[in-house]
Write a protein of this length. Structure first.
Length: 289
């Protein structure tokens, strides 16, 4: 399941060829990458997906493809607008922005919630949730949540995990970085620190003993292992060519792919209803973050 620092690609803003930026991010601890670049022809986009999978394979990472076509893989990330039901692939994620969109989930494995902070990538999109709003929506989500939108600094990333997010999805913080490996490592360390159980001094007396004895969460251990490992030199497999991947055409909106199989029922074509019986309005098209 996607967690930690999840990188969304955008070759238009990347400071280096896209494969090199992803290799640097992987060297800095990133293990999940979402391929956007939806303006590319399918054949070219599929070739790029194969290159990025080769980079991620070096570290046991996973590529998720934005949109319903997994490009010969098995993980996709979908926009809030559809398709419904999700395609039958191994891992399915969906972009959500509010409680109504969360209520429409069926077999999705995870979601992104956005925008958490104002974003340079899509300025003026929605009111930002901020950590308090993120925390509230996480409480309504039936699946793990990645925080998305305007997350540029380690402090912002840590605040999202402290609010309950399984990780953070970032674009500009790494794509625009002079040193993608260092930026990824700094974000990963912040997540590891935020996922550590709270100090007893910050809790009430009744919680002190439990907090002292509490072991690190699996999420905390994962972040900590990535954060404490030595950052290696970014490595691009020798048989991968990075030419032709510089920014050329502005990218379109995108979405993530995820793994299904939880057995939740598929949505019918009837008007969706709230779990408590109140009818829900029909879904409105919304651009994915």
């Amino acid at each position: 399941m996607p967690s930690g620092v999840v990188l969304l690609t955008d070759r238009r803003v990347a400071r280096r060829p896209l494969v090199e930026v992803v290799a640097g991010a992987v060297a800095g601890g990133v293990r999940w990458v979402v391929l956007r670049e939806k303006d590319l022809p399918r054949a070219e986009r599929a070739a790029l997906a194969a290159q990025l999978r080769a980079v991620l394979a070096e570290a046991g990472g996973t590529l998720v493809v934005a949109g319903p076509d997994p490009l010969d893989g098995d993980a996709v990330h979908l926009p809030a607008a559809g398709p419904y039901p999700p395609p039958a692939v191994g891992l399915v994620g969906r972009s959500c922005h509010d409680a109504a969109e969360l209520a429409r989930l069926t077999t999705e494995d995870y979601v992104t919630l956005s925008p958490v902070f104002p974003t340079r990538t899509k300025p003026g999109y929605g009111p930002p949730l901020h950590p308090d709003g993120l925390r509230e929506l996480i409480g309504n989500s039936p699946v793990p949540v990645l925080a998305l939108g305007g997350i540029e600094t380690p402090d912002q990333a840590g605040a999202c995990v402290a609010a309950g997010a399984a990780g953070v999805a970032v674009l500009g913080a790494i794509m625009r970085a002079d040193d993608p490996a260092a930026s990824a490592a700094a974000l990963t360390r912040a997540l590891a620190a935020a996922a550590t159980p709270a100090s007893p001094t910050t809790l009430g007396r009744a919680s002190t003993a439990a907090a002292t004895a509490a072991p690190p969460t699996p999420q905390g251990r994962t972040f900590a292992e990535a954060a404490t490992s030595e950052t290696p030199t970014p490595r691009v497999p020798a048989d991968i060519r990075t030419t032709g991947l510089r920014p050329t055409v502005p990218t379109q909106g995108s979405s993530l792919t995820a793994r299904s199989g939880h057995g939740r029922p598929q949505p019918s074509t009837a008007t969706p209803t709230h779990p408590h019986g109140r009818p829900q309005p029909p879904p409105q098209p919304r651009e994915n973050q």
